[in-house]
Design a protein around this ligand. Structure first.
Ligand code: VG1
Ligand code: CO
Length: 543
């Protein structure tokens, strides 16, 4: 075995987006592509001697090849020890859990999350820091800068390691420990939730379907929900992670998880339905004939947090991304705790969680989590709901409707225009920015604009700033339209339009969502000339 130094040159376009570097598999397969990025991570981290790294991914195509390369590069760069998930498998929240439990320096996650996989699909890589959370902007920017000047990388010529069996081995001087992907995570869940109460719920005939969408949540959900909680076999479906997610799009929303939605719409539907995404950090919650929006889910968990043993002492605060509905804000106000509004992406929650300012966090994009790790966590959210259902003895629909009665309902929807021309998307956003200043006081469709701006954020803990995080048009009654360009896509651009309207009157709580938001939808289109700019008269996905 010997350490090689390989000459390379910078490769364009290695700046991480909302959540790591995501590209088509073919791009990652180019000579030096992965190596350049990984060496840039190691160079940014500095001295690695004596340090432990966690390594794993969602099992998508190229996962194994990338893990083999990264192990040899970690050894050549002087890392002392790597904890790698058996078979190269670790969900994103499990990586976060393992980093924290074993006090690792950080971790490398191989995933493009909700993006499709397979040879023609997407691949991704991201670095998480010692708190278990995504590297903050300053770190990802330093990594990116390094990719623009890199001239060589280091790699061992050791043979490929067996990562399919537990145990310890070595690459050069570096110890590699193959760990069970599920154990540490499952133990953490047992500390947070009332497993006895949930076991009783299932023993009493409660029925559930968890759709793992052929992605990495499968082994976790199977071991915990069917294994430790005693749900009957078949409760967790599509539970073997596949390299191409069975050809599907592992994004748990009513459009992509159509099979589950169809099942839940039947008269004989299970009591509870749930799904999660490629790397198991997202969750979708569904009742019988009743979908729960992610924003409502966050608000409901916050309002009822004390049902779970891990949160019995109360929650210190809530944090939500800016485009997420303000349902959680009303709960925070009632509890007398702060609600923080951050830019999109879990990396902005880390400082708030570390400082103890927030306990629960959420995003409208089917992401919920807490201070138990530093990532959003799909299986955690599902267990939280199970705990809530076990304690309340009500249906999903009853719980949500009672919540609306108490707090009012925030009608909410996101319209995505996927794969539009990148230049056209930029023009649309630039034109909107120009219009912002003149929008105040303008009346449209019975709404009056209170203010319009481009969201800027200053982190209350470390003072770091983020600009251009979404254009918002806020009406005098609090209704909102937000426009953002996605930072996770790999083809063209994706425009996201977020729409929200608050309704206090329980008599008005059962309007179909798109109808309730129709006036705002019309304003959103006319202000941004969406149809004209994108050439699309309708969104590709509505959630
Ligand atoms: C999307 C979501 C965002 C989420 C991010 C990563 O980002 O909108 O809320 O944090 O994906 O989720 P964007 O920039 O495409 O809007 V995951 O589960 O794909 O890592
Ligand atoms: Co994800």
């Amino acid at each position: 075995m010997a350490i090689q130094t390989i000459q390379t040159t910078p490769i364009d376009g290695q700046r991480p987006g909302t959540s790591g570097l995501r590209k088509k598999v073919g791009v990652f397969q180019q000579a030096h592509y992965l190596e350049n990025f990984v060496q840039s991570v190691f160079d940014t981290l500095g001295d690695l001697s004596g340090k432990t790294l966690v390594l794993g991914g969602d099992g998508r195509f190229h996962n194994r090849a990338a893990i083999r390369t990264i192990l040899k590069m970690a050894a050549a760069n002087g890392v002392a020890r790597v904890l790698v998930g058996r078979g190269g498998i670790l969900s994103t929240p499990a990586v976060s859990c393992v980093i924290r439990k074993y006090e690792a320096m950080g971790g490398i996650i191989l995933s493009a999350s909700h993006n499709p996989g397979g040879p023609d699909g997407d691949f991704g890589i991201k670095y998480n820091i010692g708190n278990g959370g995504p590297a903050p902007e300053a770190v990802t920017e330093a990594i990116y800068q390094r990719t623009t000047t890199i001239t060589s990388y280091r790699i061992s010529d050791a043979p490929d390691l067996d990562i399919d069996h537990g145990g310890r081995s070595y690459v050069e001087q570096m110890q590699v420990e193959v760990i069970d992907p599920v154990d540490d995570y499952a133990q953490l869940m047992e500390q947070l939730f009332d497993f006895d109460a949930i076991r009783k719920l299932f023993a009493g005939g409660f029925t559930m379907r968890f759709d793992a969408m052929h992605a990495v949540a499968g082994p976790y959900a199977k071991a915990i929900i069917e294994g430790r909680l005693g749900a009957p076999e078949g409760t967790v479906i599509n539970c073997v992670p596949r390299e191409d997610f069975g050809g599907g799009h592992p994004d748990p929303n009513p459009v992509n998880a159509a099979e589950l939605i169809e099942l839940m719409a039947r008269d004989d539907a299970p009591d509870f339905g749930a799904a999660s995404d490629g790397d198991a950090d997202r969750n979708m919650i569904v009742g019988r004939k009743f979908d729960v929006t992610p924003s409502d889910s966050l608000a409901i968990l916050a309002a009822n947090a004390q049902v779970a043993p891990g949160y019995r002492g109360g929650i210190a605060g809530i944090a939500r991304s800016m485009p997420t509905s303000r349902a959680a804000d009303r709960v925070a106000a009632a509890l007398g705790i702060p609600c923080y509004e951050t830019p999109t992406g879990w990396k902005y929650f880390g400082t708030l969680l570390d400082a103890g300012l927030a306990t629960l966090c959420g995003e409208e994009s089917y992401g919920t989590g807490s201070n138990h790790v530093r990532e959003k966590d799909g299986v955690w959210a599902v267990l939280f709901w199970l705990n809530l259902l076990a304690v309340k003895g009500q249906s999903v629909q009853q719980i949500v409707e009672e919540h609306w009665q108490r707090f009012g309902r925030n009608y909410y929807s996101r319209h995505d225009y996927e794969g539009i021309d990148a230049h056209a998307a930029k023009v649309l956003m630039d034109d909107l920015r120009v219009k912002l200043a003149a929008m105040q006081g303008v009346e449209m469709n019975h709404y009056t604009v209170d203010f319009a701006d481009d969201f800027e954020y200053t982190d209350p803990v470390d003072g770091s700033k983020a600009a251009q995080q979404g254009i918002r048009i806020v009406m005098t009654d609090g209704s909102r339209i937000v426009y953002r360009l996605s930072g996770t896509g790999t083809e063209g651009a994706t425009l996201r339009v977020y729409l929200e309207r608050y309704e206090a009157d329980p008599e008005q709580h059962h309007i179909p969502t798109q109808q309730a938001l129709a006036a705002l939808i019309a304003i959103a289109d006319s202000v941004a000339s969406i149809a004209y700019n994108t050439g699309r008269s309708n969104p590709t996905v509505i959630t």
